[in-house]
Design a protein around this ligand. Structure first.
Ligand SMILES: Cc1cc2nc3c(=O)[nH]c(=O)nc-3n(C[C@H](O)[C@H](O)[C@H](O)COP(=O)(O)OP(=O)(O)OC[C@H]3O[C@@H](n4cnc5c(N)ncnc54)[C@H](O)[C@@H]3O)c2cc1C
Length: 459
């Protein structure tokens, strides 16, 4: 392949560019924000200041494409944690820790900056600052992209540029995020659009940093989830607190169906009241940042397989493919896994003159798994009204039992976390050995009710 173009230079675009650099003479990333400093926030990624958890499945893929990345991040301040230092609470009751669980705490700009540096260090990758306006089509395939060039710092410089330039390529990767215009670009050129499914969730996210002192020395990450409240009762916040670079706690709270609130006193009060003992203590630390909010109306996914006609020369990765409720932290890991699917496709004697079905089929396995897990949790919320997948009631019933068993049984919780961390396919949760472990744990709980806590019925 002579040239590949990647539209969008955030996590999904950078991971795809890394993979493509093994297959193309030249890889060009077209990014509207250019190389502006990510820490200052950038308009193309409005969620950049929210807490971003790196799931283990995603970290392993990132490490695959950038060997040594984890050690480098840790050497420069990211906070590794494992086992009992990671605390999960359901309705304020702590789940049994899993010795094998690991994660790293860091801010999203720090991670993105490191990955970007490594991608651009590859001799055949360059970044062009520009706003992509559409695709080029030729002889029944995508043959490049149209974009309005911008100044090197991105959005502000020349933002109103009217002129467009074109760049041709053998393969174009859409990594422009959840607001991708790929269906419009396709229909404008007479192609079928992918199916777009949305699940309305009305999620409000609020993040801030606190100074970390000597409180909670044995704790690095705390996650608190609350099951849906009874009608008329206030719903408790979900929360995650993670120690990140620079000796700080980064805390995110999420709630459904409420307006954004940037008031610092309100946020601190909410942190202190979040179920799970560590939140009260973290909420007493000194607030060290502004309060950043983000609202997400829906989870959404695009389905490409099953289309009668699709042009060759185009693949879609990351949030442009599927964007989930961030409470489950699946976005960056999905993007990393999509990059690995792209690699598997390109290594499988892919013919670039044909639609990239081999890529879409592989990536849809990832999307189905992540969508299934996150929407199952969302559908339990009273304000989420579907669409319900086939077999929802039975799945929901079983997940309730699994959640209960995972509170106290380390092996059940290990299997659940392997799926939640995107290291294992959800099918492991319905393997006979898991069903047996769940049944055995629940039977033991019934026999010894006094010893067991009474947690909520969901993971
Ligand atoms: C509130 C919130 C919290 C989240 N928390 C987590 C978490 O804990 N863990 C996790 O793994 N994920 C999380 N995510 C998801 C994560 O942010 C994304 O999955 C991740 O950024 C990868 O997305 P992406 O690269 O596909 O798209 P994005 O990050 O949205 O990037 C799209 C890129 O395309 C560029 N672009 C867009 N349009 C154009 C255009 N026309 N021309 C040129 N460039 C363009 C943008 O500037 C941007 O750089 C969260 C998301 C949200 C909203």
């Amino acid at each position: 392949m002579q040239r590949a173009i990647v539209l969008g230079g955030s996590i999904a675009g950078l991971m795809a560019a890394r993979v493509l650099s093994d297959h193309a003479d030249e890889v060009v990333i077209i990014e509207r924000d250019g190389l502006g400093p990510a820490d200052a926030g950038r308009p193309g990624v409005p969620q950049i200041k929210q807490l971003h958890v790196v799931l283990e499945g995603g970290r392993l893929q990132m490490e695959r494409w950038f060997p040594g990345l984890t050690a480098e991040l840790i050497a420069d301040g990211a906070v590794p944690s494992e086992g009992a230092a990671i605390e999960h609470y359901i309705n304020g009751v702590r789940k049994v820790p899993v010795a094998e669980e690991t994660t790293i705490g860091l801010t999203r700009p720090f991670l993105e900056g490191r990955i970007r540096g490594k991608v651009l260090d590859r001799g055949n990758v360059r970044l062009v600052t520009g706003l992509v306006r559409g695709l080029l089509f030729e002889h029944g395939r995508v043959s490049g992209a149209r974009f309005a060039p911008r100044g090197p710092e991105g959005a502000d410089a020349g933002a109103d540029a009217k002129e467009t330039e074109t760049l041709t390529a053998d393969l174009v990767v859409d990594a422009t995020g959840r607001s991708s215009r790929v269906e419009h670009w396709l229909t404008d050129a007479g192609w079928q659009p992918p199916r777009l499914d949305r699940m309305r969730i009305d999620l409000r996210y609020t993040t801030a940093l606190f100074e970390r002192g000597d409180e909670l020395p044995a704790v690095a990450v705390v996650q608190s989830l609350s099951t849906p409240a009874a009608p008329g009762t206030p719903q408790a916040d979900n929360g995650v607190a993670a120690e990140v670079e620079g000796g700080r706690w980064m805390v995110v709270l999420s709630a459904y169906g409420q307006p954004p609130d940037r008031d610092a006193d309100t946020f601190v009060k909410r942190v202190r009241e979040t179920p799970g003992a560590p939140f009260a203590e973290i909420g007493r630390c000194r607030l060290d940042s502004d309060i950043e909010t983000y609202q997400m109306a829906d989870s959404r996914r695009r389905t490409f397989t099953g289309l009668d006609r699709f042009p060759a020369g185009l693949v879609v990765v990351g949030d442009a493919f599927a964007s989930f409720n961030p409470v489950y932290g699946q976005g960056m890991s999905s993007a990393a896994l999509h990059a690995s699917c792209l690699s598997a496709y390109l290594r499988s004697d892919a013919r670039l003159s044909e639609p990239a079905w081999g890529y879409f089929r592989r990536a849809e396995v990832i999307v189905d798994a992540a969508w299934g897990l996150s929407t199952l949790g969302d559908l339990a919320m009273p304000h989420v009204t579907g669409p319900y997948p086939r077999g929802y009631r039975l799945t929901n019933w079983y997940v309730g039992k699994l959640g209960l068993a995972s509170m106290t049984d380390a092996e059940v919780n290990r299997r659940y976390l392997a799926v939640a961390h995107m290291r294992e396919h959800p099918r492991v949760l319905t393997e006979p050995s898991t069903l047996w472990a769940v049944a055995r744990t629940l039977r033991a709980r019934r026999r010894a009710p006094a010893q067991a806590p009474a947690p909520a019925p969901a993971p």
